[in-house]
Design a protein around this ligand. Structure first.
Ligand SMILES: Cc1ncc(COP(=O)(O)O)c(C=O)c1O
Length: 463
């Protein structure tokens, strides 16, 4: 007896949006329909998605950064098939796994100064583990994080979330978690000098808004942490594994962390996984006695499929030199977009590193456009960015996202495999949609009126 999945998914199958409206998140379906993202993708390969008519879409979202290798990479598939066909003795629990040992060893070869790995199943779980390691190691209660930070949505990780929209309705959260402004050393010192802070947990480049650290911020923050006995924890869940053109983003600024959190790309795009890399003394302070060998963990952590996907991911990053490629092509895409700034009134800034790029829009100079922009922003802050994201999809088959709630920043987070052809696709599409928005009256502003009229809560994905 086999389950005929192909038959289940084809022919007279129920409509997927109906299923989701009825049995899952109906609000998500409303958002997708409102912004015209309700496409029938039937296939994914590398940086492209394909719909039922065979149209290719350029995926600049890559599953919120998960598909660094692109979708369905053959090396990852082969590794997973080997596990599936290998009758491996996985998840014995009262044993240890060879694949987990090998992945930990290989991962640490990229992380000088760190000695041990803790595996889990997601980014948020890596953050939860980071909090527990920090409290165990320092015997201190408080955690400092940054305004606008995003570290995941489980209760501990949510306690480090710098965005009210995510927190509202779920408080009280973990006590002793305090936000400081990103790039503000004085406020950080104010908190750390109380000497009760276990960890400062920070994204080297903030995902929400693609906010860049000042040249000295991360290095100075790490030094301050050391001075006050606080652990410096880099959340590299989005920025890590080559996304920014280095294995870790903190390498751009020559910073050493006490712990590094990873997830997303390590999955190879297939199997959920998270990892905390830590110094030995930190790790050993949590797993400190035989009777505490299971004091933190999770049933599915270290499963063979996840470990094999991680090993295959590192192999592909190396053999295809994707990190170097991300650095080079990311610089060229950023330069293409920056070159448009003098040409377009709405385009204010383009920033990022490697293939994590934020494109910021703002109020134009000319009076009619300025008034239209103000009206749109009055209806809902950040709505202008939808005038970019919607036509990018509708007219150019580009899947992109707004970099966060209430922000006029469009974020590009493509697979690290994108090509020169894709670069041209991106450049031409952005030039066209921005030029359209600067035509008044025009189709873009008809859409603007509709969106403002609807007062929609359109968040085209916000991770
Ligand atoms: C920087 C950062 N930390 C943590 C997380 C949470 O990861 P997950 O969604 O796997 O729980 C994310 C997810 O977007 C992230 O970008």
């Amino acid at each position: 007896m086999t389950l005929d999945l192909a038959r289940l998914m084809s022919g007279d199958r129920p409509d997927k949006y109906d299923l989701h409206t009825r049995y899952l998140n109906a609000q998500m379906v409303r958002v997708l329909r409102t912004i015209g993202f309700d496409r029938n993708y039937v296939r994914g390969q590398n940086q492209y998605l394909y719909d039922q008519d065979g149209h290719a879409y350029l995926d600049l979202l890559s599953g919120f950064g998960t598909f660094a290798l692109g979708r369905n990479h053959p090396t990852v598939i082969a590794a997973l098939n080997e596990v599936l066909g290998g009758e491996l003795p996985g998840l014995v629990q009262l044993d240890v796994s060879i694949l987990a040992g090998l992945l930990a060893q290989r991962l640490l070869s990229y992380l000088p100064g760190l000695d041990k790995i803790f595996f889990c199943n997601s980014g948020a779980e890596a953050v939860e583990a980071g909090i527990k390691f920090a409290r165990a190691a320092t015997k201190r209660p408080r955690i400092v994080f940054c305004e606008h930070a995003f570290h995941g949505l489980t209760m501990g990780a949510l306690s480090l979330n710098g965005d009210k929209m995510f927190r509202d309705g779920f408080e009280p959260l973990l006590p002793g978690c305090v936000a400081v402004p990103f790039n503000d050393m004085a406020r950080l010192e104010e908190e750390l000098s109380r000497r009760d802070v276990a960890a400062f947990i920070v994204e080297p480049i903030q995902g929400k808004g693609v906010n860049m650290p000042s040249d000295s911020y991360l290095r100075d923050a790490a030094a301050l942490c050391r001075k006050h006995g606080t652990l410096f924890v880099a959340d590299e869940i989005q920025t890590g594994l080559g996304r920014t053109g280095r294995f870790l983003a903190i390498e751009h600024w020559g910073v050493d962390a006490d712990m590094v959190l990873m997830a997303k790309a390590l999955s190879g795009g297939f199997v959920p996984v998270g990892a905390v890399a830590a110094k030995k003394w930190i790790y050993d302070s949590l797993f400190d006695r035989m009777d505490r060998a299971v004091v933190h963990g999770s049933t599915f952590a270290k499963n063979d499929l996840a470990m094999a996907a991680g090993l295959a991911t590192l192999e592909v990053l190396e053999t295809e030199q994707l990190i170097e490629h991300a650095a080079a092509i990311g610089d060229r895409i950023t330069a293409d977009l920056q070159a448009m700034i003098p040409q377009y009134e709405f385009l204010k800034a383009v920033r990022g590193k490697g293939l994590m790029i934020g494109i910021e829009f703002g109020s134009p100079r000319s009076l009619t456009l300025k008034a239209a922009f103000a009206l749109l922003e009055q209806a809902r802050k950040g709505l202008f960015s939808q005038l970019m994201v919607i036509p990018l999809m509708r007219d150019h088959r580009i899947l992109s996202q707004v970099a966060g709630d209430n922000l006029n920043v469009v974020k590009l987070l493509p697979p690290l495999t994108i090509t020169e052809t894709d670069r041209t696709w991106i450049r031409d599409a952005f030039a066209a949609v921005i030029a359209d928005a600067e035509r008044m009256p025009g189709a873009a502003w008809d859409l603007g009126r509709t969106l403002a009229g609807n007062g929609i809560k359109a968040r085209a994905g916000a991770a």
